[in-house]
Design a protein around this ligand. Structure first.
Ligand code: ADP
Ligand code: ZN
Length: 752
């Protein structure tokens, strides 16, 4: 077979590569690699583009034999070392296969644009350096003969390390400095400057000392340390009740890893919502601040570039970040910690739809290094892995400070409603009394409601009309402060109608309630209390979240009202009461994980109570007091909950017994979205591999979103790969209409 003759322009044995060109248009082209260049994925290269030369990043090696036209040659390698380590490249390939997306997309996620782009290259400045303080005699001579040179030397000899930035010497010093450099009086050099994201001095951190561990913590730490010494350690699930001292265990484990000369990666659900965890890491390692990098979403491009390179060079040795930090290029990785591993925010909701925790586990296996997943309410996926022996289970069943778990009381809101003649109460009598008591005693409370805004919707009592978003199939939410209706899906805004748009009745009323309404009711019930609200609306202002949390910490606020933004790792010792206003909200979402979510949410929110010297109490208001999720959460009983929930999952073959994926089609044209999915359904049904369950084409629970109609198919399979492969194969040989978007979501967490 003589390919060289048949295919024009392809040299036998030649390697071709696919290159992502730098720049906003994200162009991708293939190039031939000239003899003798060692080009690998992740390499930075120069390539010809039209009549110019451009820089880019190699995404993948492509199979040269399929080319039927001449490729241009790549010009040169900018850096001989690829930006992607072999381990991360392997993880990237796994993601592409497992989640069914192109390796190109994955590499883009792996290498943030700020790292690829040439414009963000390291920032440098010119500095003057004095090798030693000049002798008195020299200075004396200069005073008269060259006063400006004398001034420069005088300044420099008092500067720290005898060095100063040229810019700091003032304008017009260039000629003087040049002359002095020539005369050998000083040196001028280029120095790299780090764009320090913390440089504006957010707040100073004091170094914290390690605590003496209790027995359970010590056992957990020992197990983690043992796994550091194991060649291929099992992932560890650290199941510890809220306040059991998991974070202290992570901190001490991290210290050991650093002492071993290795590096540490800490993943948290979301940086802005877990300020205390980040702070605790910062203060424990305050003496080595330079070595700590916090990757959050509002770093500037330049800051991100600098942090990334500090990590890659091994300067930053502890990295704390959210999901995408799983790709941080740490060399010699010793330990990965995934805090609150059950959180949904670890799953990326656009392509590549990877799960940060699962990629972390995989990365740990590839490195290899130790990995600890921690939670008070582990995902059933991770729990299942401890049952099958894939993960090691460690437990912390007591609170670290010796406090009891908070007492949880359930209030049946159906009885409350009857008491108040059917009017839906927001605060039950029990909760109101409890709030009053705390205020008298000078203790703090948290009220949790998983819904922002003032009232759920505007509904006409005459005709039943509900004000809906014109682009999404949800009711608009009333926002009191600025008198408007807002769609919580797409952000659409509307003015509040004075009468029913449908039947013109002026009696249109508000149904349900949200955080804003709770704030208003509280102001009436407890007029003396200082109240603040945390939700996405209240947090628009920069630093608003930080400011409110600080005010709450220093007890300038008595009652904090919030959405799930306050459910995560917050720790306030003076909080003795937590009220959960409507515990049923998350039970009614159309999702087989609804029970698990509710259990997690109540347990986590309840865990905010009684974290100091004082005992905590939790009051849960619900219309379904007997639901197992609520009852098990009341008893802080993860084992009981997981046992019954796993039984349900097993019966219906839901995850963790098998994988569940969703194929969604969306379009502005309802029929076209549905028809496309039906076509795909027919093709998926042909030669369906054994063990794959193919669901029907159904409208998505949220049938309209952002103006687009959505339909979906749920697929299930015991094994993930055959499912992804089958769907990919069908998608590859189906031409989709231009105005229909099809999305495949493996291990989907959202079914709306
Ligand atoms: P978790 O991460 O499991 O929610 P934390 O690490 O936040 O728990 O610990 C809860 C509280 O207990 C914190 O105030 C922490 O300082 C304290 N704590 C943790 N370990 C100990 C210990 N060994 N001795 C005393 N207090 C501890
Ligand atoms: Zn909308």
């Amino acid at each position: 077979m003589n390919l060289g003759v048949r295919i024009l322009g392809v040299r036998l044995g030649a390697v071709n590569v696919r290159v992502l060109i730098d720049g906003p248009s994200e162009l991708v082209f293939d190039y031939a690699v000239p003899e003798g260049l060692d080009v690998r994925p992740g390499c930075r290269v120069r390539v010809p583009l039209r009549r110019k030369s451009s820089s880019g990043t190699v995404l993948s090696i492509v199979d040269g034999v399929q080319m039927d036209f001449a490729l241009r040659d790549l010009e040169s390698l900018i850096d001989p070392d690829p930006l992607i380590t072999p381990v991360l490249l392997r993880a990237g390939e796994w993601i592409a296969n497992y989640y069914g997306c192109g390796i190109e997309t994955v590499i883009r996620s792996l290498l943030p644009e700020s790292v690829r782009s040439e414009e963000n290259s390291a920032k440098t400045r010119r500095i003057v350096i004095l090798d030693r303080v000049p002798e008195e005699a020299v200075m004396e001579k200069l005073v008269k003969r060259a006063p400006r040179q004398h001034a420069v030397l005088a300044l420099l000899s008092h500067a720290p390390d005898l060095r100063m930035a040229v810019a700091d010497l003032g304008d017009g010093s260039a000629a003087v400095l040049k002359a002095m450099e020539k005369a050998g009086l000083l040196r001028i050099e280029q120095e790299e400057v780090r764009r320090d994201p913390e440089a504006d001095g957010v707040d100073e951190v004091l170094e914290s000392q390690p605590l003496a561990l209790n027995q359970d913590q010590q056992r957990a730490l020992d197990a983690i340390l043992a796994s550091l010494q194991t060649p291929a350690p099992k992932p560890i699930l650290l199941l510890g009740v809220t306040g059991s001292g998991k974070t202290e265990v992570y901190l001490q484990a991290a210290r050991h890893v650093l002492d071993l000369g290795k590096t540490v990666l800490v993943l948290v659900p979301e940086i802005s919502l877990t300020p205390q965890t980040v702070r605790r890491f910062k203060s424990r390692f305050a003496a080595m601040q330079e070595q700590v990098a916090v990757l959050h979403s509002n770093l500037s491009q330049g800051e991100r570039f600098d942090e990334w390179h500090r990590i890659r060079k091994g300067v930053a040795r502890i990295v704390i970040g959210a999901r995408s930090a799983v790709f941080a290029p740490l060399p010699d990785l010793g330990l990965i910690v995934v805090d609150e591993e059950h959180e949904n925010t670890y799953k990326q909701e656009n392509v590549p739809r990877y799960h940060g925790r699962d990629v972390a586990v995989l990365r740990a296996a590839f490195e290899p290094c130790a990995i600890v997943l921690g939670s008070a309410t582990p995902s059933l996926e991770s729990w299942h892995n401890t049952q099958t022996g894939k993960y090691e289970l460690l437990r912390l069943d007591q609170r670290a400070d010796g406090q009891a778990m908070p007492l949880v009381r359930i209030v049946d809101m159906r009885l409350e409603a009857a008491k108040h003649k059917g009017a839906p109460a927001i605060l039950s009598d029990k909760l109101r009394t409890a709030l009053e008591q705390r205020l008298e005693k000078g203790e703090q409370s948290i009220l949790f409601l998983n819904r922002r805004g003032f009232a759920r919707s505007l509904q006409c009592p005459q005709c039943g009309h509900v004000c809906q978003c014109p682009h999404c199939s949800v009711a608009l939410t009333y926002h009191r402060t600025d008198e408007r209706l807002v769609c919580h899906v797409c952000g659409h805004q509307a003015i509040v109608p004075r009468k029913c748009p449908e039947c013109k009745d002026p009696a249109i009323i508000l149904q349900g309630y949200g955080t804003q309404k709770v704030e208003e009711v509280m102001a009436k019930v407890l007029p003396k209390a200082k109240i603040a609200r945390i939700d996405a609306d209240a947090m628009r202002r920069k630093h608003a979240l930080r400011d409110i949390l600080n005010a709450f910490k220093s007890h300038k606020i008595d009652v904090l009202i919030g959405t799930q933004m306050i459910a995560k790792g917050l720790h306030f010792p003076n909080v003795t009461l937590v009220g959960i206003l409507n515990a049923d909200l998350s039970l009614h979402i159309p999702d087989f994980r609804a029970g698990e979510r509710t259990f997690q949410l109540i347990t986590q929110v309840a865990g905010r109570a009684g974290r100091g010297e004082l005992e905590g109490e939790v009051i849960v208001q619900t219309y379904t007091p007997h639901s197992p999720s609520i009852q098990y959460a009341r008893k802080h009983d993860f084992d009981g909950f997981s046992e019954q929930e796993m039984e349900f999952r097993r019966q219906f073959a839901f995850p963790p017994y098998g994988h569940c994926a969703v194929l969604t089609a969306r379009s502005n044209h309802e029929r076209r979205a549905e028809f496309t999915l039906q076509t795909l359904h027919l093709r998926l049904a042909e030669n369906l591999p054994a063990g794959i369950g193919l669901g029907e084409v159904l409208p998505s629970p949220l049938i309209r979103s952002h103006g687009q109609f959505r339909f979906q198919i749920t697929l299930r399979s015991e094994r993930a790969r055959p499912l992804t492969r089958h769907v990919q194969a069908v998608l590859a040989r189906t031409t989709l209409p231009e105005d229909v978007t099809v999305v495949f979501d493996m291990d989907a967490l959202s079914f709306s």
